[in-house]
Design a protein around this ligand. Structure first.
Ligand SMILES: CC(C)(COP(=O)(O)OP(=O)(O)OC[C@H]1O[C@@H](n2cnc3c(N)ncnc32)[C@H](O)[C@@H]1OP(=O)(O)O)[C@@H](O)C(=O)NCCC(=O)NCCS
Length: 182
């Protein structure tokens, strides 16, 4: 497995985010706008991420392979003031699928969330048809909590089924990764 690191997103990553996020297979199963707009990455970083990061509401990281290749994005969103329940999200550029990169990036993000950032639980709403994404979180110890029809995301029809996965700090402590931080 190649070593990967998470780096806070700045404008230096805008071009690579723009290139990889514009792929139809990335916007299809994420909350990203579809089709991905021209200048979408720069506008997101400047107008959404930076103010929300300054307010403690959202953090996003570039997933970087040891040879410097930009692989994708993972991060935390909808962070409440009490940090009780935080959304985790992620995508990997299509050319890099199937190498374990999402699992390793999310493992590092989960460790950061619970060991450093003081979050109490993480959750992810995932399209039921997106089995690869569910598998990523299952491998990290997340549990399936509920299944519901979409009323949350305007970009998907109300006939789409979503599944919600969750992991608490307490559950993370019992995982191999969490036990190294106890
Ligand atoms: C979902 C996504 C992040 C996975 O990235 P990845 O780097 O390929 O993931 P990994 O290699 O770490 O793990 C994928 C796992 O799913 C499995 N998988 C892949 N396709 C699958 C499918 N159709 N059905 C079931 N499992 C599948 C893989 O075999 C692997 O599990 P394994 O290690 O037990 O073999 C990537 O496909 C992606 O970015 N998709 C578009 C954006 C997206 O959906 N993001 C998540 C939104 S909730």
């Amino acid at each position: 497995m190649d070593k990967i690191t998470l780096k806070p997103i700045t404008l230096r990553y805008a071009e690579e985010i723009q290139r990889l996020a514009s792929h139809p297979l990335i916007v299809e199963t994420t909350a990203l706008p579809s089709p991905y707009p021209e200048e979408g990455a720069r506008i997101w970083i400047e107008q959404v991420l930076e103010p929300r990061r300054n307010a403690g509401q959202e953090y996003a990281y570039a997933i970087i392979r040891e040879d410097g290749t930009f692989l994708g994005v993972c991060g935390f969103n909808n962070i409440p003031a009490d940090k009780a329940r935080v959304e985790i999200g992620y995508w990997i550029g299509v050319p890099y699928w199937g190498h374990g990169y999402a699992t390793e990036a999310c493992r590092q993000a989960v460790d950061l969330a619970f060991a450093t950032m003081g979050f109490q639980s993480l959750y992810a709403p995932i399209l039921a048809r997106n089995r690869a994404s569910q598998r990523v979180l299952e491998k990290l110890g997340f549990r399936h909590m509920r299944t519901y029809t979409n009323t949350v995301y305007a970009k998907w029809s109300k006939y789409e089924i979503l599944v919600e996965y969750s992991l608490t700090r307490h559950e993370w402590m019992a995982t191999a990764s969490g036990s190294q931080h106890s």
